[in-house]
Design a protein around this ligand. Sequence first.
Ligand code: NAP
Length: 269
Amino acid sequence: MNRLPGRLVLLGHPVAHSLSPTFQNAALQRAELPLTYEAFDIEPRRLAEAVARLRAIAAAGNVTVPHKEAFAAHCDRLTPIAERVGAVNTFWTEDDVLVGDNTDVGGFVEAVSDAFGASRAWRKVALLGAGGAAAAVAAAVERWPACQLSVWSRTAQRGQRLKARFPETVVAARVEAALDGADLVVNATPLGLHAGDELPAPVHLLPPRSCVYDLTYGQLETAWILAARAAGHPAVDGLGMLIHQGALAFERWFGIAPDRKAMWASVRS
Ligand code: NAP
């Protein structure tokens, strides 16, 4: 097992709503590790100061919205996947070296495999949104042989930025074109977080038999998930990705696997 970090933290703004402390503390208890996972609300202008303090005590932890890209710039070393995505969601210190990693990619792959079957060979992914989470999805799609990625972004510039990092990506001018022929449709916008949000894409445009993965999650399943299911599409929310990225982070920090069942049970109760 790895040496224990000085502290185990989540940095975000806001963080009060986060489920990470719930399931990470459940996993720490199950593993009998003498640490508490703590969430800190850090305004962007205070990030550098927070990183310096955490570095001094050899802390480890996670980074969430809006710090994932900015945190990467503070790291001494990035893992190849964090480098590829251009964002960090997991970090630790190794002999005074601050290491940044990205477990959102692996978390997404594991969640999709859990939801729709490990043996599925995806041919085309339609990605709605082109921000940080979309970049993690794009890096995951690169792992799927011969899978095409089509992105729709309401801000064209954002889509082009994603394409600059992932040149194989097709940036669709209209949502219809992104969805056309897709067998997996992914919502990587925040639409669905709030009751009354419009749907990320009209359900009647989903190709027949396509699967739907919504990165958002909350107390209740989103209106989009429910509508897609009612129209006959297998559809799940982002809770699975959240748990899997957290479990992969736990493995990086401690060198041991967490009890994923205990993590799931803690968020369901
Ligand atoms: P982000 O970097 O801010 O990107 C958000 C993207 O959604 C941008 O392309 C943005 O476009 C678009 N968007 C925002 N509001 C929109 C609207 N009203 N209509 C259409 N497009 C809109 O955020 P992110 O970090 O990628 O996160 C996106 C979502 O994924 C969040 O809900 C986050 O909680 C979720 N997430 C879940 C997990 C998980 O483990 N399940 C992990 C990471 C993220 P503009 O540039 O035009 O604003």
